[in-house]
Design a binder for this molecule. Structure first.
Ligand code: FBP
Length: 554
């Protein structure tokens, strides 16, 4: 048995707070039929058996005199962790386990190992009370491991069905981001179309925060991960305000949307923060961005402040319009040339330059060789560029340095520009969940046991009203097809869950935009400090600033 830190030992005793609606017997209240957020006809045609299902809300069953929800029916359930780690995954599984056992002590939970591949390859283990107790309120996905295998081929579904039948599993729960929940919907449709009695339920996971909509207020893990990054950014800010000699360029994880960067900016008030969605809306080039950062460096230098912090979202490159069209064409090119990864670097560059459109070839030729190569590296199994490998923090600081050098020649800048670079991502993905994520995940898991109990399939577990204390949260399920639209992936149009990007007319961005010029001119750093697990509620239960501003007034 692995040794535990003292915090881990004490934290194991934390009992996550469930919404009061789930404390006893519940009834599932059906809403109106739903439709997808876009491309309704195309999605309906692809999901004839699971499209248009009603939203479900669990309410207290006031007709029952029992103290808890119970069932005579026994259930075997399989669970899969898919994609990148996010704090709270173990609590989702412990919530599901507790919910299943509350329904019927004979219910069993199986974990498929190392992601969706575990289902296809029949690698699994039964999750017993002893195992679950080891992992309560801990970070990481190591209870069963995770992976990025994309479940999309009928052969995979059939292999999965073999083990599902062997273990007599009635429901499969997939914990994942937008792509994995898309897989969950496809799987639910496949089994329903075949008349196989296997329910499929999804859970909203990703530190990126981009799996959200009216019914999913936030994905789990975002709260904890951003608190960890903000703690470290705050520490860097305090260091930089002490020595007053460095500009720190800090890249933050978040494959596509800039929610993490925006949240960290709201928590730490840096000298500068780039929001990719704004870059796209303003059609900015990398040069425009570097020039604007140089403007801030120069104006702080005028006040004697040759130091500061710049936050850079990981997904920036894909939002710079010229780069976006280049990457889209590169994605298609790579998808149609499977031999690409085995070619020499020179041959790869030649193939790219000879096959790209004139405009994109020109952009490709002008970007530094290192970044150009990073753009052509292997895609992840979902066809995405692996943006975490692109060192935009170094690229931008070099461009800012160049701009400052020419400003110096023109007599427009007299300061010093010494830079340090950081990339925060993996530091936060497996942190011990904050109270918010511990409670939210446990509730999502417990709630899924009720969705399974009431026969739902093709649904995502949904817990809402998250800015209120956890006992007031509302629980239920939303049809996954409702969140879908058609997008081009690996050169083909596919049904996928629509990614939620930062809204420039949303409250969190407006709050940031209203203050950023002041944060640039003055030193307004905030030092949030570490996540607190013990102490006053207002410190331990604080939600993300994003959720706070989004929910304010609702
Ligand atoms: P998910 O969308 O699967 O939750 O993963 C998000 C993420 O953490 C991104 O922020 C990051 O770009 C990516 O995973 C890195 O993944 P990997 O470590 O597998 O390369």
């Amino acid at each position: 048995m692995a040794q535990k830190s003292i915090l881990q030992q004490k934290r194991a005793a934390y009992q996550p707070k469930l919404p009061s609606a789930l404390w006893g017997p519940v009834v599932a209240v059906e809403g109106a039929p739903t439709q997808s957020v876009a491309d309704q006809e195309a999605i309906k045609a692809l999901f004839p058996n699971t499209y248009g299902l009603p939203e479900l809300t669990f309410e207290k069953d006031t007709t029952s005199d029992k103290s808890k929800m119970e069932s005579d029916k026994t259930l075997n359930v399989g669970v899969i962790l898919s994609g990148g780690q996010a704090p709270g995954g173990h609590n989702v599984i412990s919530g599901l386990f507790d919910g299943l056992k509350a329904l019927n002590k004979k219910n069993r939970l199986y974990g498929f190992l190392m992601g969706p591949a575990g289902l296809v390859d029949h690698n699994y283990k039964e999750l017993t009370k002893d195992i679950i107790d080891e992992y309560r309120n801990t970070g990481g996905f190591d209870i069963i491991g995770s992976g990025r295998t994309k479940l999309e081929k009928p052969e995979q579904f059939e292999k999965g069905l073999e083990i599902i039948k062997e273990l007599d599993i009635q429901a499969l729960v997939i914990i994942g981001g937008d792509d994995s929940n898309t897989n969950a919907a496809v799987l639910a449709e496949y089994y329903k179309a075949k008349g196989e009695p296997v329910q499929v339920i999804g859970w909203p996971k990703t530190i990126d925060g981009d799996l959200k909509n009216e019914f999913v207020e936030t994905s789990f893990g975002f709260d904890t991960a951003t608190k960890v990054y903000s703690e470290v950014i705050g520490n860097i800010e305090r260091d930089c305000n002490s020595s007053k000699k460095y500009w720190h360029f800090i890249k933050l994880m978040g494959r596509s949307a800039s929610h993490i960067a925006l949240e960290c900016a709201l928590q730490t008030q840096p000298s500068y923060c780039i929001i990719s969605e704004e870059v796209e809306a303003k059609k900015m080039t990398l040069r425009d961005i570097a020039d604007d950062i140089a403007r801030v460096v120069a104006l702080r230098a005028d006040e004697g402040m040759n130091f500061g912090t710049v936050l850079i979202p990981e997904g920036l490159i894909e939002f710079v319009p010229a780069m976006k069209t280049l990457i889209a064409e590169l994605n298609d090119l790579l998808a149609h040339n499977p031999q690409f990864s085995t070619m020499t670097r020179e041959a790869q560059r030649e193939l790219v330059l000879n096959n790209l459109s004139k405009e994109n070839a020109a952009t490709f030729a002008t970007i530094p060789a290192g970044v150009a190569r990073q753009l052509t590296l292997d895609r992840d199994p979902h066809g995405n560029v692996q943006v975490s490998l692109i060192e935009t923090e170094k690229l931008l600081s070099a461009m800012v340095g160049k701009r400052l050098a020419s400003m110096k020649k023109e007599g427009k800048y007299t300061g010093k520009f010494a830079t340090l670079h950081h990339f925060f991502g993996y530091e936060g993905r497996c942190a011990a969940p904050s109270n918010f994520d511990a409670d939210y995940c446990y509730a999502l898991g417990y709630n899924a046991s009720l969705l399974i109990h009431c026969g739902a399939t093709g649904y995502m577990s949904s817990v809402r009203n998250l800015a209120a204390p956890s006992v007031q949260w509302k629980a239920g399920g939303i049809p996954i097809t409702m969140m879908m639209n058609m997008e081009r992936r690996n050169g083909v149009d596919k049904p996928v869950i629509k990614k939620a990007l930062v809204e420039l007319d949303g409250a969190p961005f407006k709050e940031f935009a209203a203050h950023r010029e002041q944060w640039a001119h003055e030193t307004c750093f905030i030092y949030p400090g570490p996540i607190q697990y013990f102490g006053p509620d207002e410190v331990c239960d604080i939600t993300s600033r994003t959720l706070y501003y989004e929910q304010q007034g609702k």
